[in-house]
Design a protein around this ligand. Structure first.
Ligand code: 5GP
Length: 182
């Protein structure tokens, strides 16, 4: 097998936290649950750019209900502002969500600040319902009380990459979730 390097790291040396097979199987389970909960509805799934793109693409292909998708991009705060919870919208939705069943699709909940902000912001736009699905959750890192409605995996406090999650824009394309220990 050819060695696979990204950003000077040998990918095979990074510990697999959750394998591609585990992810695929859990995403199908979550899709079954969501399809059941939204039966008779046509939810608008809002992917949070860029990390949630791969999760959203896999999730919607296993959903058995009609649906729409849209995307929102928010700034990730630096360490200095993390405690203030300041989040800025870099790219907004293309449409009004008034009266819609909205499901925010996120890659990971860490401090909870991003989703706390998004739920507040989107909640003020009068959706009919508003829920959150996240692939990953690091509950130990919370700075604000936040509980996702659907969660794929709770993980320990380690920095993970792959399956859409990046480190300096690298590693998003990896099929497995791996730990990048500094
Ligand atoms: P929160 O606002 O909950 O602290 O952070 C959410 C965002 O932080 C995620 O959408 C993601 O962009 C980033 N993040 C948090 N933990 C990790 C991680 O372990 N790996 C990567 N790549 N990004 C993370």
């Amino acid at each position: 097998m050819t060695e696979h390097f990204i950003n000077g790291k040998r990918i095979e040396d990074l510990e697999i936290i959750i394998s591609s097979e585990q992810i695929q199987s859990r995403v199908r389970e979550m899709a079954a649950l969501i399809s059941n909960d939204y039966r008779g509805k046509r939810p608008l799934l809002i992917g949070v750019l860029k990390g949630a793109v791969i999760f959203l693409s896999d999730l919607i292909r296993s959903l058995t209900i009609p649906l729409e998708i849209d995307f929102i991009a928010v700034s990730s705060y630096g360490n200095s502002t993390a405690s203030s919870g300041v989040v800025r919208i870099l790219k907004d939705l293309e449409q009004s969500i008034q009266g819609k069943d909205v499901l925010i699709v996120e890659d990971i909940v860490d401090t909870g600040l991003t989703l706390n902000y998004l739920v507040d912001n989107l909640g003020s736009r009068q959706p009919k319902s508003l829920k959150v699905v996240t692939l990953l959750d690091k509950p130990d890192r919370r700075k604000v009380v936040f509980e996702p409605d659907y969660c794929g995996f709770a993980i320990p406090d380690r920095f993970v990459i792959g399956y859409g999650l990046d480190y300096g824009e690298d590693f998003r394309q990896l099929a497995d979730l791996r730990a990048l220990d500094e």
